[in-house]
Design a protein around this ligand. Structure first.
Ligand SMILES: NC(=O)c1ccc[n+]([C@@H]2O[C@H](COP(=O)([O-])OP(=O)(O)OC[C@H]3O[C@@H](n4cnc5c(N)ncnc54)[C@H](OP(=O)(O)O)[C@@H]3O)[C@@H](O)[C@H]2O)c1
Length: 339
């Protein structure tokens, strides 16, 4: 792709599940979007375009001619906004690539899980304006060039004058975004929910089946308790992103399953086959985002002068997966976590 050919409004750095869904939604709304990604994904997008569906029955298609595709950040490109949508382990490298090609001050929205990705990107690209954001919904790649949003919610990002100009565009594109002076409580609120990702990955089960086993829920409650205690110590009040306040989640998770089914009916409205993407990462031998989830709790504890042994153990178990490759039963996992 040559930047002189066609101007670009939005550059997606990391054409994967989230990048294609949000970038594709913006393209449907008439935004000129360029995608930087790997050959496998670019091949699918160049032959099929992007098909976007969601649980409300929305279905949109972006034809290949509507988007620009590249294997590296094109020289001379001047996007109004960059969406940084690589997994946490790839953040520093992707940010360095952006820094080498984009004008100083370019706004880069880190649509990534965890707490530290924007800081990691800023360190690698200090002249760019890196802004943290939070994606509340789950998106799955359901076929080549086809992406399905399986849950609902509104994007959240740190308030910034550049982003304010994009709010109406995101709204029109069906990916509404809210801006907050302080995003940290929202990022932690999401992280607490994401603590289920490693449990789901180690369980070897679809999310719904895993959550319907009280043993796994007790493990999750144990990880959450530890994180909540550290957050309280640090004076951070996690935002409520589920039906109940974050502090009430462990109690609900520990309920007997028949009661949990009723109380958490909304939480259980998940596609029967859906798994966390961390489960896919383990299955495909890819690096996981465990350090950006449980690892973040461990770092917070360290900063508090305390320890988070259960979350530390989860980091260990995920890292040891390549040698074991055997699913963990609820009792075994609880024992490892000291529960
Ligand atoms: N998927 C969801 O439902 C969801 C929901 C909320 C938040 N998130 C968060 O969103 C972020 C992105 O997740 P995702 O599921 O969209 O990941 P993904 O599907 O793996 O997409 C990232 C893509 O970027 C590519 N990539 C990495 N470095 C690159 C580079 N330097 N240049 C070009 N391409 C590069 C990756 O290729 P390689 O695999 O070859 O590195 C991969 O194809 C994560 O932090 C995740 O936790 C995801």
């Amino acid at each position: 792709m040559n930047a002189e050919e066609r101007p670009v409004d939005v550059l997606v750095m990391g054409a994967g599940t989230i990048g294609c869904f949000i970038g594709g939604s913006l393209a449907v709304a008439g935004v000129r979007v360029a995608f930087v990604g790997r050959p496998r994904m670019l091949g699918a997008l160049s032959s099929r375009g992007i098909t976007l569906t969601d649980l409300d029955g929305i279905s949109n298609h972006v034809s290949p001619g509507m988007i620009q595709l590249a294997e590296a950040v094109p020289p001379g490109i001047r996007p109004g906004l960059v969406l940084l949508t690589v997994k946490s382990g790839a953040t520093a490298e992707a940010a360095s690539e952006l820094a080498a090609r984009l004008p100083a001050g370019t706004a880069v929205l880190s649509l990534q899980n965890g707490i530290s990705n924007a800081a990691v990107a800023s360190e690698a690209a200090p002249r760019l304006n890196i802004l943290p954001a939070m994606v509340p919904y789950n998106v799955a790649e359901i076929g080549p060039g086809a992406f399905h949003r399986g849950t609902v919610g509104r994007l959240a990002a740190k308030d910034d004058p550049t982003l304010r100009r994009w709010v109406s565009v995101f709204e029109r594109a069906g990916v509404p975004i809210d801006l907050y002076a302080d995003l940290l409580p929202i990022q932690w609120g999401k992280l607490l929910l994401n603590l289920n990702n490693p449990i789901n990955a180690l369980s070897g089960l679809p999310l719904r089946d895993e959550l319907l086993q009280r043993g796994y829920r007790r493990c999750l409650a144990g990880l959450m308790d530890e994180a909540l205690a550290e957050l309280a110590m640090a004076g951070i009040q996690p935002a409520q992103l589920a039906v109940v306040p974050a502090a009430k989640l462990p109690g609900i998770l520990r309920l007997p399953t028949p009661l949990f089914r009723v109380v958490a009916a909304r939480m259980l409205r998940i596609d029967a086959k859906a798994r966390s993407s961390m489960a896919d990462d383990l299955a495909l031998g890819r690096r996981t985002e465990i350090d950006a989830l449980c690892g973040e709790v461990v770092r917070l504890a360290k900063a508090n002068g305390s320890k988070a042994p259960r979350n530390a153990k989860m980091v260990e178990l995920l890292e040891a997966w390549p040698e074991r490759k055997e699913r963990w039963a609820p009792r075994q996992l609880a024992a490892e976590l000291g529960l």
